[in-house]
Design a binder for this molecule. Structure first.
Ligand SMILES: Cc1ncc(COP(=O)(O)O)c(C=O)c1O
Length: 404
């Protein structure tokens, strides 16, 4: 090992030093990422799909989908693939073909921003309702838009409290409502009931926009037919991350908005594009990677991935409960929630933690071996928390034993 390789990554990457060993820095990054991968079960990025072909063939050029996905201009772009991705996701969500629009974003956050910006533009006096379990991007976006936010309670499992929503809406019924439902909350993967939300808005005769932040669960729930943006749903928009369930090697996402819920936009002369998107230049590589994931696995392949991951999550709950840890999950979820383990276990396994509660996420690509090793570490590090958590919504899936 050279002396440069023995430097810390920060020292080796310090651009004020000379000479800089670029190869050593890249090697260092890869080594660190490889070392973390074996115990990385806390964040919702699938690791089972292979994007090598796309990265090798397209990764060394600029693919810029500047402007609207329907635009034709520009030099090298992948808008034709982007349009195919948008159509596939919209079809999977049962969006009416004549009332849909969308684009490939930088991630779930931009999708939320695009949708809420659109909704706020149409309803400038609307109050934006979101639950305490909503992602932190939502209050940030409310602030960016200069809008008025209203916080709604969530229950202990992370689902919106509809009685509290009704109370909040009732006090503000003279203003339109933009409601953000979450399909897969960050901590427990709870799914808000959009039918119950619509019923609250209808009961109070409040108009507005219902947005679904489905960063993690949008695609798996749509594949199950459990999340639909058809006419009956009353949902106007949805944001999905591309690096979560589809495990892309770059952050990205998809936003879809019902066409009738949009506002008019300006045409930009020098780019010859419509200014419909939040960012101007947009990553055409991300659209190509999304297209590849869909083209190579299709509905059946992705449904199978979701099923396998949920089986592993069910197995994880069983193993943790058997070891005396009151873990639980929502029936559709990849996320397994448990009391926060001792620090050395939490840090080694990169668990996401919020006070007394932590979670691990059985994304596609996480293995039974990793779960077993995690449970063994936990058992070795701490006495069991013997009081099982009573659950109204126990896992509906069969609980398989570990495959050989
Ligand atoms: C519910 C929810 N919404 C939005 C986001 C933000 O997505 P992104 O990181 O792709 O911007 C996340 C990320 O974890 C999330 O869990």
């Amino acid at each position: 090992m050279s002396s440069r390789q023995s430097l810390s990554l920060a020292d080796a990457a310090d651009l004020s030093r000379e000479p800089i060993d670029v190869t050593a820095v890249l090697d260092h990054l890869i080594r660190e990422a490889d070392a973390a991968a074996a115990t990385s079960i806390g964040f919702p990025g699938a690791v089972d799909l292979d994007y090598g072909e796309v990265m090798t063939r397209l990764g060394n050029r600029l693919w810029n989908n500047i402007g609207d996905p329907a635009d034709l201009g520009g030099v090298a772009h992948t808008r034709v693939l982007e349009r195919a991705v948008i159509a596939w996701v919209a079809d999977t969500l049962a969006m009416p073909p004549n009332d849909r629009w969308g684009y490939v974003t930088t991630g779930g956050t931009e999708g939320n921003l695009s949708a809420l910006h659109t909704a706020h533009h149409r309803h400038p006096t609307a109050r934006i309702y979101y639950s305490t379990a909503a992602h932190y991007s939502i209050p940030k976006i409310v602030h960016m838009l200069g809008a008025r936010g209203v916080v709604v309670n969530a229950d202990a499992d992370g689902e919106m409290d509809y009685a509290h929503l009704a109370a909040q809406v009732s006090r503000r019924r003279r203003w339109p409502a933009i409601v953000v439902a979450t399909a897969g909350t960050t901590l427990t993967e709870a799914v808000d009931d959009t039918t119950a939300i619509r019923a609250v808005l209808d009961e109070h005769q409040v108009t507005g926009h219902l947005h679904v932040d489905a960063a993690l669960s949008g695609i798996p729930l749509a594949l199950d037919g459990r999340l639909r943006l058809d006419d009956d749903s009353g949902i106007s928009s949805i944001a999905i991350s591309g690096h979560k369930f589809l495990g892309l090697p770059t952050p990205c996402g998809v936003v879809l908005i019902r066409d009738h819920a949009r506002h008019t936009v300006s045409h930009i002369a020098y780019t010859a594009t419509l200014d419909t998107t939040i960012t101007g230049s947009r990553c055409g590589l991300a659209a190509a990677l999304l297209w590849h994931a869909i083209a190579t696995h299709g509905h059946e392949g992705h449904r199978w991935r979701a099923t396998q991951a949920r089986r592993l999550a069910a197995y994880t709950v069983d193993q943790l409960n058997a070891a005396g840890w009151p873990a639980w999950r929502h029936p559709h979820a990849f996320t397994v929630v448990l009391p926060t383990p001792p620090e050395q276990v939490r840090k080694k396994w990169l668990l996401a933690t919020d006070g007394a509660t932590s979670h691990l996420i059985c994304m596609p690509g996480v293995t039974y071996g990793q779960v077993d090793a995690f449970v063994a570490d936990l058992s070795a590090a701490a006495a069991p928390r013997l009081i099982p958590r009573p659950r109204a919504r126990r896992d509906g899936l069969s609980t398989p034993s570990r495959p050989l």
